[in-house]
Design a protein around this ligand. Structure first.
Ligand code: AMP
Length: 534
């Protein structure tokens, strides 16, 4: 039996009714706040997420569904001092590839067996004198290691041929046809989040010309996480982003407070009680630099007692230490300095004003100076909404301000703020109080055709009744009356309508109310009205 891939699931009725209910409510709320829908692709260039989410985040480091996979270019089977690092793998068609590296940080060669001779190499990076020299060393070492003999035939993928010839006019160059998915320009990733995609669209379509943009989107996201309750590899997010040029007021604390107030309204509207808004300001890049420095200092004496991830983070991006979920590390994390001590005047004022407006509109919140959010580009306001029922995975949603993101992606200054609600978790929280059955609209009437030739009469009646916004289900003329009634009862229909020869002749039909068992004869013209009555 073929099953759905690990970490994915089928959403089935009646649960899908809850999803529809949530999405309808959410759309209503967005309308009231003047947000409009944007739909961006489900996959984007890998580079977008590397730059837009941050190389040092878990999402980009560990969780992306990318093609070609990063491992292809970055992980090795074994290491030979200085020069050769090899990895062999098969592609989806069974072709064998070998990765050869110079032993620098950049693995650069991909050789494909089969249509290439074993010694041929395909270079991802350009060929220069230095590379040539390395190749000769490589050849010697290959021979010493007893690997296949290496001939200095230089093969490059078609898309690099011109560049390689320009750089190395004296070298014999062959162009090689490779599957398109190996072309770095075709490196795509299933979106792990949607902010980067929306900001890409903002830049691509020059949306600053429209002033302030208020977007929402609903759709699937993909992260290669270890699946558990409330955590999936394909999950759904409801996103909102407010973004525009500084002149549109996109930087104003009004926007932050509006987003937070909208979220409170939204959760109340879908029926999530007992949420907690957790708030922080993560400052601006200058504050962060000072804070990172202080963190590095504070971490230095203790970091060897922390998990390996934290040891790496302490060097590359100490702020990410706050993402750590390892229990044993928490007491150490508790002792670290917090960003609030490093906020400059502008960030502090901004944060104060957000809180003032929240107080004015009576939205309760708690502050958590260690809340940093999982992505690199956040600035100033950062927040999460949690809900008790979700246990360890208790954040239903998170978001914040990302004033530098557009520039990081090559666009103009475009301050923005947004959030992503985990729809799966929202529905999970909702299910406690609202069983899916409660929001499913059951059939109002089940039409039971009785005897030969009655299917078409039933279909005519169904068509008439459905025009009156009634939910109508149809039986089949081969069913016995008992079977029709049982079927109708099982699906929760309120009425059964009997369509037999006599009824058609008299243009009046037997209508049975299933709960009470009461049966009446109703003229065709009055049926819709009668069934509509609750
Ligand atoms: P993030 O983009 O990581 O801030 O996530 C925003 C929200 O999406 C979280 O608060 C969760 O509710 C939800 N979420 C994130 N990752 C997953 C996942 N793997 N499965 C289900 N929901 C998720």
């Amino acid at each position: 039996m073929i099953k759905s891939p690990r970490g994915t699931r089928d959403l089935l009725p009646p649960e899908t009714a809850l999803w529809n209910f949530v999405e309808a409510a959410v759309r209503d709320v967005f309308r009231a706040y003047n947000f409009h829908e944007i739909r961006t692709p489900i996959f984007e260039s890998t580079e977008l997420f590397a730059r837009g989410v941050g190389e040092e985040t878990d999402i980009v480091n560990k969780e992306m569904f990318e093609n070609p996979p990063a491992e292809l270019f970055t992980s090795y089977e074994g290491e030979v001092p200085d020069v050769i690092v090899r990895k062999a793998w098969l592609d989806q068609y069974g072709n064998r590839y070998t990765l050869v590296s110079q032993g620098l940080n950049e693995p650069f060669a991909v050789a494909r067996r089969g249509d290439l001779t074993p010694s041929m190499m395909v270079f991802r990076y350009h060929m220069d004198a230095c590379t040539l020299e390395r190749m000769q060393t490589l050849e010697r070492q290959q021979a010493e290691l007893g690997l296949e003999r290496l001939e200095l035939t230089i093969a490059v993928p078609e898309w690099e041929e011109k560049e390689v010839r320009r750089l190395s006019p004296t070298v014999e160059v062959h162009s090689v046809k490779l599957p398109g998915w190996l072309d770095p320009r075709n490196a795509f990733t299933l979106r792990p989040e949607n902010t980067a995609g929306i900001v890409r669209a903002y830049i691509e379509h020059k949306l600053w010309e429209r002033g302030l943009n208020k977007f929402f989107s609903i759709g699937p996201m993909f992260r290669r996480e270890r699946p558990q309750k409330g955590r999936y590899r394909q999950f759904y997010q409801i996103d909102a982003e407010v973004i525009g040029p500084p002149s549109s007021g996109s930087q104003s604390p009004v926007r932050d407070a509006e987003i937070l107030e909208l979220l409170a309204t939204l959760l109340d509207r879908v029926g999530i009680a007992n949420w907690t808004l957790v708030l922080n300001s993560v400052g601006c890049p200058a504050d962060r630099a000072k804070f990172n420095e202080a963190l590095r200092e504070a971490l230095a004496p203790v970091v060897d007692k922390m998990c390996v991830d934290c040891q790496r983070r302490a060097v590359t991006n100490p702020l990410r230490v706050f993402d750590c979920k390892v229990l044993a590390d928490q007491p150490i994390i508790e002792t670290l300095p917090t960003i609030s001590q490093f906020l400059d005047e502008d960030c502090r004022m901004h944060y104060e004003q957000v809180k003032e407006i929240l107080n004015a509109v009576a939205i309760p919140f708690v502050e958590n100076p260690r809340l940093v959010r999982g992505l690199d580009y956040y600035q100033k306001t950062a927040f999460e909404f949690t809900h008790g029922a979700l246990g360890a995975q208790n954040a239903i949603l998170g978001g914040g301000r990302y004033d530098g993101l557009s520039e990081a992606l090559g666009g103009p200054a475009a301050p923005g703020i947004g959030f992503a609600i985990g729809e799966d978790r929202l529905v999970l929280s909702l299910m406690e109080a609202t069983p899916a059955e409660a929001v499913v609209r059951k059939p109002d009437v089940y039409i039971a055709p009785l005897g030969a030739g009655m299917n078409r009469e039933a279909a005519r009646l169904a068509r008439e009744l459905r025009r009156h916004d009634l939910v109508v289900e149809l039986g089949d003329e081969s069913f016995r009356p008992k079977k029709s009634i049982e079927t109708a009862d099982k699906m929760g229909s309120r009425y059964v309508l009997i369509v037999g020869g006599n009824e058609v002749a008299g243009d009046a039909f037997s209508l049975k109310h299933l709960a009470s068992g009461e049966q009446v004869t109703v003229p065709r013209a009055e049926l819709a009205q009668r069934i509509s009555r609750k």
